[in-house]
Design a protein around this ligand. Structure first.
Ligand code: PMP
Length: 350
């Protein structure tokens, strides 16, 4: 740290992303990317856009916003496209949180939420999940604080049903409820249907998982016009051209190729359920994943040890030395061949 770092950021502990190894070839099951490349149309649209990179991108991402709005039956003014969904989340903490407007979220969830709070100087509280890692919706009813819930949750893979989500949104009318739906295409009920009824609801999505565009960095938020207007103010005060030309073009192509992606989602779900069944047969503990990853415990083996042993066999997974989950590893669902290799490695480890 330099001696120039501002006081307000001196104690900031940044989010630690999963490894992106360059040297050795690993079976990479550590950052919940899709194992399938984007369809041809994405490359075609990106290539066509590359010739115009001398010009700034459209600060409104109008073509992409319209495409997404049409797809979800919303008005363009209810959508803000961002540089990954991490950016829309950051804008939300920036826009709505302050010393007298804290956030709450589960104790086991996407660890970036606490970093966004610290970065934006927003106080936060965590609410413990139940012993089985499920959320008790009653814990989030009428809390009088802003709320962020990943549904499905990460890294647990578990879902809350729509009725419970609605109760949470309805009982916190004077606070923002963010539902982070990064993994919703793989399972669970979207809160999108609640948008016409609740002006305090923000639903966030990403193109990084089910739409095979993690490297393009594209996400978005959907909410009431007023709420999206506030988030736009954050965007225009931070980085007006936040979505670059090639990524915006890739996003349009990805929406046009919806059938391709939904087919891949079905494949990933089938591989996920098949792998989970095999792991359970081997005596592993596996939560009921509604995502593109499995949250796995090998009884008697600390998570860090499991991580190391898998790594030695050329398989990269994600593990956190955090309370309650230190015995678990999060394993992205890859291709059938990759998951066969993972199961085989686990059989050798056990
Ligand atoms: N939310 C959750 C729950 C995630 O796991 C991730 C991926 N790390 C994100 C949001 C952000 O993804 P991206 O910025 O790639 O859209």
């Amino acid at each position: 740290m330099s001696r120039f770092i501002s006081q307000k950021h001196a104690a900031l502990t940044p989010y630690v992303p999963g490894e992106q190894p360059r040297a050795r070839q690993y079976i990479k099951l550590n950052t919940n990317e899709s194992p399938f490349p984007p369809p041809r149309r994405v490359a075609d649209y990106v290539t066509a856009e590359a010739g115009q990179l001398n010009l700034y991108s459209d600060p409104e991402s109008a073509a992409l916003t319209r495409t997404v709005a049409d797809f979800y039956g919303l008005r363009p003014s209810q959508i803000l496209m961002t540089n990954g969904s991490d950016e829309i989340l950051n804008f939300a903490f920036m826009a709505f949180g302050d010393a007298s407007h804290p956030f709450v979220f589960p104790d086991v969830t996407y660890s970036f939420y606490e970093v966004f709070c610290t970065l934006n100087q927003v106080p936060y509280e965590t609410i413990p999940l139940r012993e089985d890692f499920t959320i008790d919706p009653a814990d989030f009813c009428g809390v009088r604080k802003h709320i962020v819930i990943a549904n499905p949750n990460a890294p647990t893979g578990l879902v809350l049903n729509l009725a419970d989500l609605e109760t949470i949104v309805r009982t916190n009318p004077d606070n923002i409820v963010i539902i982070d739906e990064a993994y919703i295409d793989f399972g669970g009920e979207s809160a999108l249907t609640l948008l016409p009824k609740y002006e305090n609801l923000l639903v966030t999505r990403t193109f990084s998982k089910s739409r095979s565009l993690a490297g393009a960095r594209l996400g978005f938020g959907m909410g009431s016009e007023a709420l999206i207007g506030d988030l736009k103010t954050m965007k225009d005060s931070t980085n007006p051209y936040n979505v670059n030309r090639m990524t915006a073009a890739a996003g349009v192509a990805a929406m046009e190729e919806n059938d391709y992606y939904m087919d891949k989602v079905r494949t990933i779900r089938a591989i996920r359920d098949d792998t989970a069944a095999k792991l359970r047969d081997m005596g592993c503990l596996v939560t009921d994943s509604h995502t593109n990853f499995l949250f796995v415990e090998v009884p008697g083996l600390p998570g860090a040890k499991l991580y190391e042993l898998l790594r030695e066999q050329g398989i990269l997974v994600r593990q956190w030395n955090r309370p309650r989950i230190e015995n678990r590893c999060r394993v992205t669902v890859g291709t059938q061949e990759e998951m066969d290799a993972f199961v085989k490695a686990l059989e050798e480890i056990k």
